[in-house]
Every structure is written in structure tokens, then in C-alpha cells.
Design a protein around this ligand. Structure first.
Ligand code: PEP
Ligand code: MG
Length: 561
């Protein structure tokens, strides 16, 4: 039996799925660009293209009639896109230039794909829909099977580069018990429908997903964002059983977050834009926003957005929680999230380079403009002056940085804080808290830097694990500083989405947990099961463990899980 191997991905739908891997049927090979037809065939070829498109559209429409809700809508939308006059006109034109139907369809749809990609954001995620109809039409023209879902007879884990909306919409959650895609994003169709179906799902796993062969046993954890290949059988069985027990409790749980004996723990959402904030508010679990990653709103911006432009974007997030707590993080550009207007120089080691707050040195004005925009956004959203707006800086390493940032915030009536995500900040937390009103621990980077392990590396998942006792000790140090300075300490890294680890964090003294809104009910339901004394004991056991496995096992024992 091979060793378990863990791949990291973006967590989308919480829950655990376990079974043999199956891959979606491959897409057809695209035609070569030099194929030509004789002029006498042009009319026939145009008819062939239109008939194939109509057949595919009818098939999708028929599947839409059998489906319900979101799935039915997606299938119908895909069917309509298949009959769209825009790309069909472009394809007919290409056939007139003697190109065979398959090539004409490929080129015509390719133009629209390029346009959508250039538009970026949500539009770019829709390119999967276009490529999906292209592949179906090409398969139809060639008389091949439609690309897509394989036929399975036992619960399986579905792997794909990116699932087509039509396939995701029709998959049977009793047979496909977990989903992992190489590409995609949290708002792609795969994610939307997996959420509706309640199938544990991770996306954006990267090219390493292809190393997983059909038939290998795979465990998907949609809360942690992990794909474990060949997990030990008992570990997998326990993970599935625990997820089932938890799913029942989550369904019954009602917020707000508190332990069994009534200690309140704020549960907040991590968001990147107004839509995500609205979804979080509608979920009725998040009490506010614990991390607004402002850089995500400007990933495709070529120039620094004006103060007014920024204010409009921030106001959308503020409107979702007019009276609630909102923690805005100033631009964390650089490393895995480069911004064209902020990160100009190529760096050898961007994770250790000019990123986060450090950009302010090279770009005077960037952060000040952002703080002005946050103040303007408060006004636009009608957020009263009595409602505090918390603002924190990413990548703070020194007291000088914290003091400078705090004074810039205070000048504008904003409540200053900092991410504790560099070990230096945890070690200096007592001093930082003399100038800051709050801190939020970014366990993703804190783990990366404490363990010297790239958080994006699929090979180092055993190190990029916030359960590592070294990381827990840095968190503990920060919580001790928080208690002695009466400064609130939150956690906004992925660790906050892990219900078991959440108990440890509360035991260490963390007051608020911020995670993807889909993960919050799971955390809340777990906290409701344990007392503060149990959390403290769990924290003691985890801190004194020699490995992350021992920490997890020890905490499970203490909490009777
Ligand atoms: C973190 O580092 O834990 C964090 C929350 O910030 P990001 O993931 O955006 O770097
Ligand atoms: Mg970070």
C-alpha cells in the first residue's frame, strides 16, 4: 500500500467524501488549423454544424426538464448558449472560408473565450461553459460519445480539469460523493452546483491533480481543502463517520457562536468582494466580516484604482453588514496575489519580498489612498460614526510598521490592527499591542513562515499544517499578549475553518474566528458541543504534542470525538 499523499486545493463545499477516483470522459481532440473543405461542400457543412448544435442544445434542454432548481437553470442556460447566434454566425463565416465545421466551431467559440478571459473575474470563469458546448458539438459532428461524466455504479470521487456546468448539474450525489477540480474558482458553476447538491468539493487543485490515477482511493475534505490519496483505511473511515455525525449536528445548529457553557466566540466571514459579503449575510451565520481581502477586488486592475473607485467596491461589502463588525485588510499585494500597479519588480523570492504593508515604502500614497477610500465607503454605505470600522495591515513584522500604520488609521477615525502572520509579529505581539487595538492571526502565512514551507507547494502539506506545535506555540504567545493587554485576538486563516482546531484556538484565548462563510456553521456546531474547560485542556494537549498528528489525536481524545 502506498503512503498517503496530500494535495491542497481551495475548499468550496464542506464535508468528507471517500472512494475510488474516476475522471470525467476526455474532451475531444481539437481539429488542426489547416483542414479545408471544397467550396462545393460549404452549404452542406454549414447545415452539419447547425444540426449538430441543435442536437446538443435539444439534449441539454431535455436534461434541464428532468432537473430542478439551479441545475435546471444551468442546463437551460447552456442549451441557449449552444444556439447563440453570435458564435454560430462567426462559425458559418469560417465555413464560407472553406474551414470544416469542427474547425469553424473551434475558432468561433475560441474568439468568445478570449474575450471572456480578457474581461477577467466572473466572466473568465464562464469560459468553461463555452468550451463545454464546443466539445459537445465537436463530439457530435464526429459521431463520438458526448464528453463528460463516466458511468459509475458505486460511490466515487469525481476528478476533472474543470467540470462543465451541464455535467455538474446532472451528477447524482449518491454516486459522486466528492469532487475535485484542477481549475475553477469558488464562484464557478462547479462550485455553485456542488454547494446546492451538498457534495464535498474542492477546486483549483492545480496540475498535480493529474497525478491521481483512476481507481486510487481518495479522501476529499471540503472544509480543509485537501485531497488525500491512499489514506489509511481507518483514518478515512473515521473521517467519513465524523463528517456524517457533524452534518447532523450542523443541520440542527443555530448561531451565534458560543461554547456549550456559553462563552461567546464571534464567527465572521472571509470575503473578497461585495457579492461574497452578501452571500455571507444571507447565510445568517456570520456576524460580520473578519477578513475583507481587498486585493482580490483589484487583481485585474492595470492602474491604481482612484479613491472613489475603491470606495464603491468597499461600500458594497459594508452594505452587507450595515451595523456588524467589519475588518478591512489593506492591500496584501505580492507573492501569490500580485497586482500590476503595486508589484512592479520581479523578485527571486516574492513570498519573502516586497508584499503586503511593505509595498507602502516603495509606493508612498497607496495605503493612504486606501484608508481614505475606506472612510469614503463608510459614508457611501451609511455606516454610522458610532459603528467601528476595523482596519488591519498585512505582513507586519516590526513595531515601527505597526505604530506608523496605527497612526495613519487613527488620524482617519479608523480602528487599527494588524495581521499576525510573520513569526516576528507573534514574538513581538506584546509590544505591537501597545499601539494596536486588535490583531488577527493569519495562520496560512504564519505557518508558511514558521515552517519555512511554501503554502502553495503540494509536496509540503505536512509542514504547511497549522496543527504543527511550533505554529500553535506562536498563536499561544499572541493570545497571552492579548489577554495581558486586553486586546482582542482573532484568527482569520484557514485554521479557523477547522472545527477541531477552532476548539484549540478558543482554548488558547482567541475571541473571534473568521473563515469562508460556508465553513462557519460547522465551526459553530462543534463549539456548541464543548465547554471552555475542554477547549483549554485541548489547547494544553495540542501545545505539548511533539507532532501535528499527535496534536490532532490528543485533541480528539480530550473532546471525545
Ligand atoms: C493568512 O495568511 O492566514 C491570511 C488570512 O491571509 P492570506 O491567506 O490572504 O494570505
Ligand atoms: Mg496572509
Amino acid at each position: 500500500m502506498s503512503e498517503p499523499e496530500v494535495h491542497k486545493a481551495t475548499a468550496v463545499v464542506p464535508g468528507v467524501g471517500y472512494g475510488p477516483a474516476v475522471w470525467v470522459h476526455p474532451r475531444p481532440e481539437l481539429p488542426t488549423a489547416d483542414a479545408r473543405i471544397p467550396d462545393t461542400d460549404i452549404e452542406l457543412e454549414t447545415d452539419r454544424m447547425k444540426t449538430a448544435a441543435k442536437t446538443v442544445a435539444d439534449r441539454l434542454a431535455a436534461r434541464s426538464e428532468k432537473a430542478t432548481g439551479n441545475a435546471a437553470e444551468v442546463l437551460l442556460a447552456t442549451s441557449k448558449l449552444t444556439m447563440d447566434r453570435g458564435w454560430q454566425r462567426a462559425a458559418a463565416k469560417a465555413i464560407k472560408q472553406s474551414k470544416p465545421a469542427e474547425l469553424a466551431v473551434t475558432e468561433a467559440i475560441g474568439k468568445f473565450v478570449d474575450m471572456f478571459k480578457a474581461a477577467g473575474g466572473v466572466m473568465a470563469e464562464r469560459t468553461t461553459d463555452l468550451e463545454d458546448i464546443r466539445d459537445r458539438i465537436i463530439a457530435e459532428l464526429r459521431g463520438e460519445d458526448e464528453p463528460g461524466l463516466p458511468v459509475v455504479t458505486a460511490p466515487s470521487i469525481l476528478l476533472a480539469d474543470d467540470l462543465s456546468p451541464a455535467d455538474t448539474a446532472t451528477l447524482d450525489p449518491a454516486l459522486f460523493v466528492g469532487l475535485a477540480t484542477e481549475l475553477g474558482g469558488p464562484t464557478s458553476h462547479t462550485a455553485i452546483i456542488a454547494r446546492q447538491l451538498g457534495v464535498p468539493c474542492v477546486v483549483a487543485a492545480g496540475p498535480n491533480l493529474r497525478d491521481i490515477a483512476a481507481g486510487q482511493q481518495v479522501l476529499i475534505d471540503g472544509s480543509l481543502g485537501t485531497i488525500t490519496v491512499n489514506p489509511a483505511k481507518d483514518v478515512a473511515a473515521e473521517a467519513v463517520a465524523q463528517a456524517q455525525r457533524m452534518a447532523e449536528k450542523i443541520a440542527e445548529w443555530k448561531g451565534p457562536g458560543r461554547t456549550k457553557d456559553g462563552l461567546r466566540v464571534q464567527l465572521l466571514a472571509n470575503v473578497g468582494d461585495g457579492d461574497a459579503a452578501r452571500i455571507a449575510a444571507e447565510g445568517n451565520v456570520a456576524e460580520g466580516i473578519g477578513l475583507f481581502r481587498t486585493e482580490l477586488a483589484f487583481l485585474s486592475a492595470q492602474h491604481e484604482p482612484t479613491v472613489d473607485e475603491q470606495a464603491e467596491v468597499y461600500a458594497k461589502v459594508f452594505r452587507a453588514f450595515p451595523e456588524g463588525k467589519i475588518v478591512v485588510r489593506t492591500l496584501d499585494a505580492g507573492s501569490d496575489k500580485p497586482l500590476v500597479f503595486a508589484n512592479q519588480e520581479m523578485e527571486e523570492n516574492p513570498a519573502l519580498g516586497v508584499r503586503g504593508l511593505r509595498i507602502s515604502q516603495a509606493h508612498s500614497g497607496l495605503m493612504e489612498h486606501q484608508l481614505d477610500a475606506i472612510v469614503a465607503a463608510k459614508k457611501i454605505a451609511g455606516r454610522g460614526d458610532d459603528v467601528k470600522t476595523w482596519v488591519m495591515a498585512p505582513m507586519v513584522a516590526t513595531l515601527e510598521e505597526a505604530a506608523w500604520f496605527a497612526s495613519e488609521c487613527r488620524e482617519r477615525g479608523l480602528t487599527p490592527g494588524a495581521m499576525v502572520e510573520i513569526p516576528a509579529a507573534a514574538l513581538m505581539s506584546h509590544d505591537l499591542m501597545k499601539v494596536l487595538d486588535f490583531v488577527s492571526i493569519g495562520t496560512n502565512d504564519l505557518t508558511q513562515y514558521a515552517m519555512a514551507a511554501d503554502r502553495l507547494s503540494p509536496h509540503l502539506a505536512y509542514l504547511t499544517d497549522p496543527w504543527q506545535p511550533a505554529v500553535l506555540r506562536l498563536i499561544d504567545m499572541t493570545c497571552i499578549s492579548g489577554a495581558s493587554n486586553n486586546v482582542p485576538v482573532g484568527v482569520c486563516g484557514e485554521a479557523a475553518a477547522d472545527p477541531l482546531l477552532a476548539c484549540v484556538l478558543v482554548g488558547l484565548g482567541v475571541n473571534s474566528l473568521s473563515a469562508a462563510s460556508t465553513a462557519l456553521a460547522g465551526v459553530g456546531a462543534q463549539l456548541a458541543e464543548v465547554t471552555l474547560a475542554q477547549c483549554k485542556e485541548a489547547a494544553r494537549v495540542a501545545l505539548n504534542s511533539s507532532t501535528s498528528e499527535k496534536a490532532r489525536d490528543g485533541v480528539r481524545r480530550v473532546l471525545n470525538l
